[in-house]
Design a protein around this ligand. Structure first.
Ligand code: FAD
Ligand code: DHB
Length: 394
C-alpha cells in the first residue's frame, strides 16, 4: 500500500529544531509536515540540554509555546567555576549589562512544542521508518517513508533536515557537495538526573585533576550532574554510589559536604565532539541544528545554536512565501555558519579550559592553569566568557 501527500515544507526530525520551525511556520500560514523516526514517548525520554538563551526563549514565545517556560524556568544571573578547592562566580548579569540565561530542560521545552503542534492541529508523523529525501537538487523534492507495511510520499517545495547528528538528511547529500570539520575528544560525560535538592542554586563547572564535573539542575527538587569519564566506560560501570563519590571528589569541600543525593532517574553517557558541515544547504535541502553541527556540551551551546539556525530559516522561508524574496534562503548557510562557528570556538575553549586531557604535556597543563588564572584576573576576559555564554545576537 502507498499514499502521497503534498505540503510546502517537509521537515525531517521531531526534536526541538523541527518542532520549533514547524510551529513558527504554521503561525505564518505556511504548511509543514514533520516526520519523526521515534515515538513521542521516546523523544520525551531523552534528557539533554538545560540552559537557554533569551533569544531562544523569545522564539518559544513567538511560537506560542513559551508560557510554561516563563512560569517554571529559572532565570540564572551567574554561575560558578570551581578549581583548586575554591569557587569563583561569573556574574553574567553584571558582565553583560543585564543579560541572563534560563534554566529549563530540553525535555520540557520539547513537550511544550508538541503540545503547541497538537493545539494548532499540526501534522507530526511518528514512527516514520526509512525516511529518505529525493530529488533535493531539483525544484520538486520529495520525501518517502514507511510506517509498518505502508509506504508514503510527501511532495514539497523544501526539505528541512532537523534530524540530529545521526539523521538521514546530511547523509543524503553527495560527498562532493559538502565539507566536514571535526574534532573528537578523548572522553565523554556521564550524566545523572537525580530526585534531590540541587547542591547549588547556580550551576558549578568544576575543573579537577581527576576530571571535569558539572552541577546543574532542573527544578528545586531535581538535580542534574555530570562527570567526565573515559570513552571506554559504560553506564553499567557506574552505580549511583560510585557516581556521587566521584562527583564529590571533584568538587570543593564545602560543596561536597552540602551535597544531598537521591535516587537516579536517568543515567547516560554522551561522547564529546565538535563537528560542522559546510554549506548547510544542498539544492532545496536545508540542514539545521545537530544535523549540521555538534558541540561538546561544556558551553551549553548546542540547543541554542540550533535555535539560531531556526531563526534564520524561519525568516528566510516566510520571506520566500510572503514576499517572493529568496535572499534569506540564499544567505541562510553563510549567516547560520557565522554564528555556528562562534559557538564552536566558545565550546571548544570552555572544554579545553576545564577538562583533563589524558595526553596533555606539562606545558599544556601550565597553559590551561594560566588560561584560568588569566580569566579571573581580567574583567575583560570574564566579560568575553559571559557574552558568549548568554548568547551572541542572532
Ligand atoms: P535532536 O534533538 O537530535 O533531534 C533530532 C530528531 O530527529 C530526533 O527526535 C530523532 O529521533 C529524529 N531523527 C533522527 N534520524 C531520523 C530519521 N532518519 N528520520 C526521521 N527522524 C529522525 N545544548 C544546549 O544548548 N545547552 C545545554 O545545556 C546542552 N546540554 C546537553 C547535554 C547533553 C548530555 C547532550 C547530549 C546535549 C546537550 N546539548 C545542550 C545539545 C542539545 O541537546 C542538542 O543540540 C539538541 O538536541 C539539538 O536539537 P535538534 O532538534 O537539532 O536535534
Ligand atoms: C546542562 C548541560 C550543559 O551542557 C551545560 O553546559 C549546562 C547545563 C544541563 O543539562 O543542565
Amino acid at each position: 500500500m502507498s499514499s502521497a501527500t503534498k505540503t510546502q515544507v517537509g521537515i525531517i526530525g521531531g526534536g526541538p529544531s523541527g518542532l520549533l520551525l514547524s510551529q513558527l511556520l504554521h503561525l505564518r500560514g505556511i504548511e509543514t509536515i514533520v516526520l519523526e523516526k521515534h515515538s513521542r514517548e521516546y523523544v520525551l525520554g531523552r534528557i539533554r540540554a538545560g540552559v537557554l538563551e533569551h533569544g531562544f526563549a523569545a522564539l518559544m514565545r513567538e511560537a506560542q509555546a513559551g508560557d510554561r517556560m516563563d512560569r517554571e524556568g529559572q532565570i540564572h544571573e551567574g554561575f560558578y567555576i570551581a578549581h583548586d578547592g575554591i569557587r569563583q562566580r561569573v556574574d553574567l548579569k553584571a558582565l553583560t549589562g543585564g543579560n541572563t540565561v534560563i534554566v529549563y530542560g530540553q525535555t520540557e521545552l520539547t513537550r511544550d512544542l508538541y503540545e503547541g503542534r497538537d493545539r494548532l492541529g499540526g501534522v507530526v508523523i511518528h514512527n516514520a521508518e526509512d525516511v529518505q529525501p529525493h530529488d533535493i537538487d531539483t525544484s520538486r523534492p520529495y520525501v518517502t517513508y514507511r510506517q509498518g507495511d505502508e509506504t508514503a510520499r510527501i511532495d514539497c517545495n523544501f526539505v528541512i533536515g532537523c534530524d540530529g547528528f545521526h539523521g538521514v538528511s546530511r547523509q543524503s547529500i553527495p560527498k562532493d557537495g559538502i565539507r566536514t570539520f571535526e574534532r573528537v575528544y578523548p572522553f565523554g560525560w556521564l550524566g545523572v538526573l537525580s530526585r534531590a535538592r540541587p547542591v547549588s542554586p547556580e550551576l558549578i563547572y568544576a575543573k579537577h585533576e581527576r576530571g571535569f564535573a558539572l552541577c546543574s539542575l532542573r527544578s528545586p527538587t531535581l538535580s542534574r550532574y555530570y562527570i567526565q569519564v573515559p570513552l571506554t566506560d559504560t553506564v553499567d560501570d557506574w552505580s549511583d554510589e560510585q557516581f556521587f563519590d566521584e562527583l564529590r571528589r571533584r568538587l570543593p569541600g564545602d560543596v561536597s559536604e552540602a551535597m544531598i543525593t537521591g535516587p537516579s532517574i536517568e543515567k547516560s553517557i554522551a561522547p564529546l565532539r565538535s563537528f560542522v558541515v559546510e554549506p548547510m544547504r544542498y539544492g532545496n535541502l536545508f540542514l539545521a541544528g545537530d544535523a549540521a553541527h555538534i558541540v561538546p556540551p561544556t558551553g551549553a551551546r548546542g540547543l541554542n545554536s540550533a535555535a539560531s539556525d531556526i531563526y534564520y530559516l524561519y525568516h528566510a522561508l516566510v520571506d520566500h512565501y510572503t514576499k517572493r524574496d529568496d535572499s534569506g534562503l540564499e544567505n541562510y548557510s553563510r549567516r547560520a555558519l557565522t554564528r555556528v562557528w562562534k559557538g564552536q570556538r566558545f565550546s571548544w575553549w570552555m572544554t579545553t579550559l576545564l577538562h583533563r586531557f589524558p595526553d596533555n604535556s606539562p606545558f599544556d597543563q601550565r597553559l590551561q592553569e594560566t588560561d584560568l588564572a588569566y580569566l579571573f584576573s581580567s574583567q575583560r576576559a570574564l566579560a568575553s566568557l559571559a557574552e558568549n555564554y548568554v548568547g551572541l545576537p542572532f
